[in-house]
Design a protein around this ligand. Structure first.
Ligand code: NAP
Ligand code: GLV
Length: 310
């Protein structure tokens, strides 16, 4: 079975070795130098494929994403019609994201950002501690990652609200859905965690108007996609003190440009798109399982909807 691998940042030899453990008859091809006969290719495993490139393969059965997000595939206006686009759903990836979210939510809740500033200024001062049940965290997006993060936050004792497109029920989480519920949800989010996919509907969703709905002095944790945030509006909200701190893992342009205001703006923490990194060992297993499902005529797990873009 011929699979085409296409990614600038991932090691094809590593992926080939890991996929071979699960797919005995794997014919591993690498874009662009080792594609061979385009008609052979049945599967593509990609990160940010070249625009129009996937259209060249007439017998594709599925396009697998090397990550959870599929915006890097849907950005191509010339995708082969009817070929399923499959998100990566992997317990290790989910777990990694929840670790990132828990770390930063606790960081703000326990005032560690304030103690860091006090240390720089040589100030020894104990700050009052709010009980965790009185610190509210709002999670935008309650899918694979947001759902797990919300449950983990609730498990620690935070007051948790969540927002999704359709209705959801999650134990310990006050669930909101739909456009009309965005304002009341934001009003509850002292710490806002964004785990939405980037789609035509969500692009720029965190702008001056929505940020203004957050309680004053709140925090933003964005490990989803940079383009969900209107950067200038976030900078203005930080300048005015409406937002007291932001942790940003993803950016409109990556790597974040040298000299970009986020690098040095007080209150902003930058991490280099590492909130949760695909572990090729577990991911290869999930992708191989989906190839097997398709070969057996079953639907793969994690098919994205081209209508909504996630
Ligand atoms: P997912 O399972 O598809 O979940 C998406 C969630 O967002 C769902 O709850 C969905 O609502 C909600 N949603 C989508 N559009 C919406 C809208 N217009 N209004 C309200 N809610 C909306 O996605 P996931 O696997 O959790 O991944 C989320 C994102 O995390 C990925 O797309 C990727 O961009 C990002 N990510 C980042 C990293 C990193 O290292 N920084 C790593 C992995 C993933 P419904 O439940 O109603 O459908
Ligand atoms: C990473 O950003 C992913 O989508 O998995």
């Amino acid at each position: 079975v011929a699979l085409l691998f296409s990614s600038k940042g991932d090691d094809p030899a590593l992926w080939e070795g890991l996929l071979r453990r699960h797919v005995a008859d794997l014919d591993f091809r690498v874009w662009p130098d080792n594609v061979g006969d385009a008609a052979d290719i049945e599967f593509a495993l990609v990160w940010r494929p070249k625009l129009g490139a996937l259209r060249e393969f007439p017998n594709l059965k599925a396009i697998f994403s090397l990550g959870a997000g599929v915006d890097h595939i849907f950005r191509d206006p010339d995708l082969p019609p009817g070929v399923p686009i499959v998100r990566l759903i992997d317990a290790a990836l989910t777990r990694g994201m929840s670790e990132y979210v828990l770390h930063w939510a606790l960081h703000f809740h326990r005032n560690f950002h304030r103690y860091a500033r006090q240390q720089r200024e040589g100030i020894w001062k104990q700050l009052p501690l709010t009980p965790i049940s009185e610190t509210s965290v709002g999670v935008m997006g309650l899918g694979e990652l947001g759902g797990d993060a919300a449950a983990a936050l609730a498990g620690l004792g935070f007051r948790v609200a969540g927002w999704s497109r359709g209705p959801k029920k999650l134990e310990g989480v006050e669930c909101f859905h739909g456009h009309h519920a965005l304002e009341p949800f934001l009003g509850l989010s002292q710490i806002l965690v964004c785990l939405l996919p980037l789609t035509p509907e969500t692009e720029g969703i965190l702008h001056a108007g929505t940020l203004a709905r957050l309680p004053r002095g709140g925090y933003l944790i964005n490990p989803a996609r940079g383009a969900l945030v209107a950067e200038e509006d976030l900078l203005a909200a930080l300048d005015s003190g409406h937002i007291a701190g932001a942790v940003l893992d993803v950016f409109r342009a990556e790597p974040l440009a040298p000299g970009h205001p986020f690098w040095s703006r007080p209150g902003v923490t930058v991490t280099p798109h590492v909130a949760s990194i695909t572990d090729p060992r577990s991911a290869a297993r999930e992708i191989a399982a989906n190839m097997e499902r398709i070969e057996k005529g079953e639907p793969p797990v994690g098919v994205a909807d081209p209508e909504t873009g996630y």
